[in-house]
Design a protein around this ligand. Structure first.
Ligand SMILES: [Zn+2]
Length: 137
């Protein structure tokens, strides 16, 4: 194993990300190479010292400062936000107008066909009379 590779493996080992097979290879290299062995002991000592350091507490204002310095998302205009719902609403209105027209045409045709028989027509044209007229009969 080259010393360059051993250095990389040492870092990975300290991070706990070195697979057992490579750990064995590193161990073999460290037994023969005093240079890499020193690097490992130095890195180990450094890691231990860093872990002993007290966790730095962040000042209260830091959080607010970071948040206030974040780039703001440009506010979307009211029209832009509702453009899609306007399109949907317009489609719904157009559709209901078309449907209403079609129903009206069909209804008109069927009511015309019933004028031939008076009795049937009187039942169907109930909607044209008020309830009072119906009870007067
Ligand atoms: Zn080495």
């Amino acid at each position: 194993m080259r010393c360059k590779t051993a250095e990389r493996y040492i870092s990975l080992k300290l991070d706990g990300e070195l697979c057992p097979r490579r750990q064995k290879a590193l161990h073999r290299h460290l037994q023969t190479c005093s240079f890499c062995a020193r690097i490992q002991s130095f890195n180990l000592a450094m890691q231990t010292r860093l872990q002993e350091l007290p966790q730095a507490e962040f000042p209260q204002w830091l959080h607010h400062r970071i948040l206030s310095n974040l780039p703001r998302q440009k506010k979307q205009s009211w029209a832009g936000k509702h453009a899609l719902s306007y399109a949907t609403a317009s489609l719904a209105i157009i559709f209901s107008l078309l449907a209403g027209t079609l129903v009206g045409i069909k209804g008109y045709e069927s009511s015309e066909s019933y004028t031939q028989s008076e009795t049937e027509y009187s039942y169907l044209s109930f909607g044209e009379q008020s309830l009072m007229e119906v009870y007067d009969d």
